[in-house]
Write a protein that binds this ligand. Structure first.
Ligand SMILES: [Zn+2]
Length: 420
């Protein structure tokens, strides 16, 4: 590929920069024709034509239908060839595996889901997840360009390894990335599941630079922080791990081994504990009746019962929301987000939870920090972790690492793992 070698030689020249920008403009839908690209970049017609020809030759773009005419000859539209590669997403939760395959534009082409305990350890879990992906790819010969993996615990993003995850015995330091790299011979990014949900929100809102906190109140509790649209991971990947922040006046033992953590008071597993204790102590109502019929109580059951007016469940959900609201208020004062999105099984009780969180946050935060703040429930989309994984891959491929691999026409593991 002659063009590629010339461009590789002049890496990071204006020529390369404008070529990558043009590919990304068409990919993101910012420009669809050569004249539009000219207007947005300020490049002359001849230069635009030349760059577009290079992008076509390298396989990134192709000519599509004629666009609307503005008087003269209608310009040819361009399209990004999203069908050339696949993105694999593997979202692992505490109690499930959710995998998906998308094209390079992020359209989910296939997905599957199964119940699974992450406590079964990395070897069995990843083997099972890879079998699920194989099944999805069984009739698809398109090369996998990249993989996103979400884990329900802190992840060192630079190494792709979990760091002392409280609910994932056996996973500490496991080389998750390597396992997927070996299988797909493609670059792999591993991140905390809440960071991935925060990125999914960014994509859904089509907002380039939100200051947003995604707070997940599920079995455990965690938060993903977007600062001007970028994930704030912190020095070790632990940023936003609010579930293990100490709550005043609590002596509850946490799953992490410490005492008085937020999730030991307000997380889904803590609510199940408290519900069972209340029922054993004689509490009545729909949730107690459900337990009496031998049905297991889980966080979802408590949320559903609260939304249906069960007094015990409402008091548990409101108690959780009050404590969560206090922790979020501290984050609001420190981080000053414009949007807080609340998701997870406990929060799915809806307004019962949200109203209490809002009240605590407005009560305890500085007026300036809440002036333009909105606190909303997440849209209840089961595919949200897949969309977030796609967003992570697109950001890493087409923004962070594009200059390193574009000359090859597709990302390769060798290019992306090369030193420097
Ligand atoms: Zn803890």
């Amino acid at each position: 590929m002659a063009t590629g070698s010339v461009l590789r030689f002049g890496a990071q020249t204006d020529e390369v920069t404008s070529l990558l920008r043009i590919v990304n403009m068409v990919r993101a839908g910012e420009a669809a024709t050569r004249p539009e690209i000219g207007r947005l970049t300020g490049l002359g017609r001849g230069v635009v034509a030349q760059r577009v020809d290079q992008a076509i030759e390298m396989g990134y773009l192709e000519d599509a239908a004629f666009g609307p005419s503005s008087g003269g000859r209608a310009p040819r539209t361009l399209r990004f060839r999203s069908e050339r590669g696949r993105i694999v997403i593997c979202a692992l939760g505490a109690l499930h595996i959710h995998v998906g395959v998308s094209d390079l534009d992020g359209e989910i082409l296939a997905q599957s889901h199964r119940d699974w305990s992450i406590a079964r350890g990395p070897a069995d879990t990843l083997t099972t997840a890879l079998e699920m992906v194989d099944e999805l790819l069984s009739e698809d010969d398109t090369p996998v360009w990249a993989v996103a993996v979400g884990l329900p615990g802190p992840v060192d993003f630079t190494t792709g390894r979990p760091v002392a995850p409280p609910i994932m015995p056996g996973w500490n330091g496991f080389d998750v990335r390597r396992r997927f790299e070996q299988r797909f011979d493609a670059p792999v990014w591993v991140d905390n599941d809440v960071n991935i949900l925060a990125l999914g929100e960014r994509a859904r809102r089509r907002s380039a630079a939100p200051d947003l906190i995604y707070c997940k109140i599920g079995t455990g509790i965690g938060a993903g922080l977007l600062s001007h649209g970028r994930i704030h991971r912190g020095a070790n990947g632990a940023a936003g791990d609010i579930g293990h922040v100490r709550v005043a006046d609590s002596e509850h033992l946490c799953r992490c081994g410490k005492v008085g953590c937020l999730e030991a008071v307000a997380g889904g597993w803590a609510l199940v504990r408290d519900a069972e204790a209340a029922i054993a102590g004689g509490a009545t109502g729909p949730l107690a009746a459900q337990a009496g019929r031998g049905q297991a109580i889980d966080p979802e059951a408590i949320s559903v019962a609260a939304a249906d007016g069960d007094a015990l469940s409402i008091s548990l959900i409101q108690g959780s929301a009050r404590v969560v609201g206090e922790s979020i208020a501290a984050l609001v004062n420190m981080f000053n987000p414009s949007v807080i999105v609340i998701g997870g099984a406990v929060a799915s009780a809806g307004e019962v939870f949200l109203a209490e969180v809002r009240q605590r946050v407005y009560e305890l935060s500085l007026p300036l920090a809440t002036r333009d703040l909105s606190i909303v429930n997440s849209v209840n989309d089961p595919s949200a972790p897949l969309h977030g994984g796609v967003e992570l891959v697109q950001e890493q491929l087409f923004e962070a690492t594009f200059p390193r691999w574009f000359a090859d026409g597709r990302p390769t593991l060798a290019q992306l793992t090369a030193v420097g």
